[in-house]
Structure formats: C-alpha cells, structure tokens
Design a protein around this ligand. Structure first.
Ligand code: IPE
Ligand code: IPE
Ligand code: MG
Length: 248
C-alpha cells in the first residue's frame, strides 16, 4: 500500500498490459548522420531491452507496434530492412524468448505478408503457444481499422448464416472478433518520439487506456525511460466513467 495526500492509501498494481508505439528510429539515425536503417537496427536492441524490463516490472502483456499497414508507403529498401530485421529477430531470439517462458503472438494482416516471413510468424506462435509467462504481442502489418473491418465482416457472415441475431451484437461480441480477443485491453499506451497520435494502433482496445507520450526517440528508450513512463501511469487516477479511484 502507498499513501498519497491526494488519493489516500491505495494498492499500486502494475499495469497488466502495456502497448508501445516504438517511434523515432529514423530521427535518431538522421541526428547522427546515419542511415535510417541503422536506426531500425538500434531499435531492435531497444525492443529486446524493453521486453526484459517489462518482465522485471511484472507486466503480463506487452504489445509492440513493429510495422503498420500504412508503413507500406515507405521506400522499398526501408520496408525490406524492416522485414529482414523481423526475420533476424525471430530466428535469433525466439529460442531465448521460449526459454524465458514467453508466449509470442502476432497480430496484423497476414494476406500480403511476404512468403518467407509467414512461416516464421507461425513458428513463433506455435513454439511458444503453451508458455505461461510473459505475453509478447507483435503488431506486424497491423492496422486497427482493417482489424475492425475484418471483425465486422466475420460478424455479418455469422448474422447472414443465422448463427447470431441482431440483439447479440454488442461491444463484447465485437471485442471477441478482434485479433486481440483473448488479450486484455491495454492499461497503458506509450509512444516515443514526441508524436501524440495513435497512428491506427489499437483504436478499439484503447478506449480506457492511459496514454503516456515521451519525447525520447525509440532507440534511446532504456529501462530508466520505461520506468519513468510506468511511474507516470501510477500517478494517474483511473475512473472508467465512475467516481471510484482505481489504479488498475
Ligand atoms: C519507428 O521509427 C519504426 C517504424 C515505424 C517501423 P520511424 O521509422 O517511424 O522513425 P521516425 O518517425 O521517422 O523518426
Ligand atoms: C507508427 O509509427 C507505426 C509504428 C511504430 C510501427 P509511424 O512513424 O509510422 O507513424 P506516423 O506516420 O508518424 O503517424
Ligand atoms: Mg515515425
């Protein structure tokens, strides 16, 4: 229990689910006269450290935005670097994640994912499916509006087949048709690089998330920066529309 003059005694529950928009690799590299790709490479190192920090902080679910459905508009060479970094990450680091009892899941559109990446995603999920420790969710080729459109199609199909009635359609039903169906909504969404927008990330799931925007560029987001963002979450009062003061 912790005491604060403003809020009295309360339990400090860690956020169950933290989602991170890892932004600023390009600016980090450009500020050093390096290629944007070097920034992405450094960004992968930061991701590995963030996974370790999240485990240390007792975070059950960590979601990271690694490639958005809009990132296809970047130059081909940058897209292929991002894809090859993901491949290397899965090939090199999957065994260690598995050893650490991490369950890996990938959300995002799979239809237009290059043929050599798809089997790696499937393998990462299959190998770690029974793990019971930390949950790592990689949002790859992910766009929230597409996810909601796909859920809508699935629900409309069930309605057309008579598998569900109009009265069955409510927010729980929609949540259960999203790719995050069995994942709790994020408590905290962190975005690095100073941008203050969601960029089509977890729009539905973010309904009651706390947002922390930090100026730090993603490659510089070390354990101290991460802990400061979590501290900011602890200073927030979550009310979920009510009057009670709930911290988690
Ligand atoms: C985040 O860094 C990585 C991805 C979006 C894949 P950026 O590449 O967006 O870096 P900035 O925003 O240009 O600095
Ligand atoms: C969001 O960052 C996507 C990822 C971090 C993967 P962007 O850099 O693509 O977002 P915008 O373009 O600044 O909104
Ligand atoms: Mg960016």
């Amino acid at each position: 229990m912790e005491y604060s003059a403003e809020r009295g005694f309360e339990e400090r529950q860690p956020p169950k689910h933290i989602a991170i928009i890892m932004d600023g690799n390009g600016r980090w590299a450009e500020a050093r006269g390096l290629s944007r790709n070097k920034g992405h490479r450094k960004g992968v190192e930061t991701l590995k450290s963030a996974i370790r920090s999240a485990r240390k902080f007792g975070i059950e679910y960590l979601t990271v935005f690694s490639f958005s459905s809009e990132n296809w508009s970047r130059p081909k060479s940058e897209i292929s670097e991002l894809f090859s970094l993901l491949k290397i990450f899965i090939r090199k680091d999957l065994a260690e994640l598995h050893q650490n009892n991490v369950r890996v899941r990938i959300i995002g559109e799979r239809n237009n994912v290059p043929g050599d990446i798809l089997p790696l995603l499937v393998e990462a999920e299959a190998l770690t499916a029974a793990n019971t420790g930390q949950n790592l969710i990689i949002a790859f080729n992910y766009g929230s509006r597409d996810e909601i459109a796909n859920a809508t199609k699935a629900i409309a199909t069930k309605f057309a087949n008579g598998e569900l009635q109009l009265e069955d359609i409510n927010s729980d039903l929609i949540s259960s048709h999203l790719e995050t169906a069995d994942i709790p909504d994020p408590d905290l969404i962190i975005r690095t690089s100073g941008e203050k927008r969601l960029s089509n990330f977890l729009l539905w799931q973010a309904a009651y998330a706390e947002f922390v925007f930090v100026d730090c560029l993603w490659p510089d987001f070390d354990e101290l920066q991460f802990s400061l963002a979590v501290d900011e979450y602890y200073r927030r009062t979550r009310k979920f529309g009510g009057l009670s003061r709930v911290t988690a």
